[in-house]
Design a protein around this ligand. Structure first.
Ligand SMILES: Nc1ncnc2c1ncn2[C@@H]1O[C@H](COP(=O)(O)OP(=O)(O)O)[C@@H](O)[C@H]1O
Ligand SMILES: [Mg+2]
Length: 338
């Protein structure tokens, strides 16, 4: 299995923090595993162990058919890691940086140039391609870093929260490049805090919390365990809440109706999609319940977490959609470190 990732019983402690508490993983060749979890769950630590950057206290791992602990150098030759190529050279232009990565990986000059051009275009860096990287904003560097990781397609790739901080357009661009790589046979382990991302890219998802895999399955399986879709209704006035609750109870598939009094929002897990939604609207109307808003929504990461652990993913990421706001971002990050 030249492209597969296999880990068994990975344990890693930092002082009294058990960052990994017995992690088992299996990623079949040519598939994408999404490692999903809140801040501090152990995602980065897992990636660092599997990419030979960190020794686990115990457990074993095989990547691309090679034992990670016994032959780290060989593993390194078979993998790509985004974030690793912070070896972006500040005094080279974006184009030169990507070109250099291609050449380091023995691509022909022409192929390296073509790949660099393609990636610059896709990550919306074409206009800045011939400026030295030192002048790039944080968001631009982040995209260049991702592009650098994607110049060549090694059999196994690791991407640690690749889209955190990317704006939606670049997030989409990255998803497309990732899908192409995987179609070409690359095995990918991707960490993310976004269920939506795992949903779009991953064949299988492992939910991690406190250094353990607490659930695994396809996105549909996880969502089904979380109660599938929900109908969410905002009733017009508090006096409509009791009748609204009765109606939703009838349409809900056994799950409890959740009521958020102050926002007059009622939520219930359902199956049946848009057709059911139309029926709910008709019934609410027939019973005289005025509604301000109604919709069908898929479970969020928080729903999955609440259902799996009984608590919210307390460190849920704020979505930094503004790649341009790098000064603010780095200020915020500095705040966070304090
Ligand atoms: N080098 C380190 N020294 C001390 N604690 C660490 C170190 N790396 C990670 N940790 C701790 O291990 C836990 C898991 O961290 P990490 O793997 O970075 O989580 P994630 O990537 O899911 O946010 C956290 O509690 C974190 O603070
Ligand atoms: Mg991390």
């Amino acid at each position: 299995m030249p492209g597969a990732i296999h880990a068994e019983g990975l344990v890693k402690t930092f002082g009294d923090v058990r960052a990994l508490d017995g992690v088992d993983l299996d990623v079949p060749e040519g598939t994408v595993l999404g490692l999903l979890g809140p801040n501090g769950a152990g995602k980065t630590t897992t990636v660092r162990v599997l990419t030979t950057l960190l020794q686990p206290d115990s457990g074993r791992a095989v990547v691309a058919g090679i034992d990670v602990l016994k032959h780290p150098n060989e593993v390194r030759r078979s993998i790509g890691l985004s974030g690793q190529f912070a070896a972006v050279d500040e005094y080279l232009t974006g184009r030169e940086n990507l070109h250099m990565v291609g050449r380091l990986y023995q691509m022909s000059g022409r192929a390296a140039k073509a790949r660099a051009d393609e990636l610059l275009e896709r990550f919306n860096l074409a206009d800045a391609a011939d400026r030295i990287t030192k002048t790039y904003s944080g968001g631009m560097r982040r995209r260049l870093d991702l592009a650098a990781a994607l110049v060549v397609s090694p059999p196994v790739m690791f991407m640690d929260e690749p889209t955190t901080g990317l704006d939606p357009r670049n997030r989409q661009a990255l998803w497309e490049v990732i899908q192409e790589l995987v179609a070409g046979g690359t095995t990918l382990l991707l960490t993310t805090q976004y269920l939506e991302e795992a949903d779009n890219l991953a064949h299988e998802i492992c939910v991690v919390d406190h250094g353990r895999v607490i659930a695994r399955g396809t996105s549909d399986e996880l969502k089904a365990r979380t109660g599938g879709e929900r109908v969410e209704v905002v009733v017009h006035a508090p006096e409509h809440i009791p009748t609204g609750r009765e109606v939703l109870t009838v349409f809900g598939k056994g799950g409890d109706v959740t009521v958020e009094e102050h926002t007059r929002k009622l939520t219930v897990p359902v199956t049946g999609g848009a057709k059911l939604l139309a029926e709910v609207i008709r019934e609410l109307d027939a019973r005289g319940v005025e509604i301000d808003d109604i919709g069908l929504r898929r479970p969020t990461l928080d729903d999955v977490f609440i259902s799996l652990t009984g608590h919210a993913a307390e460190a849920a990421a704020e979505d930094e959609e503004s790649a341009g706001d790098d000064v603010r971002d780095s200020a915020r990050r500095k705040e966070a470190v304090k």
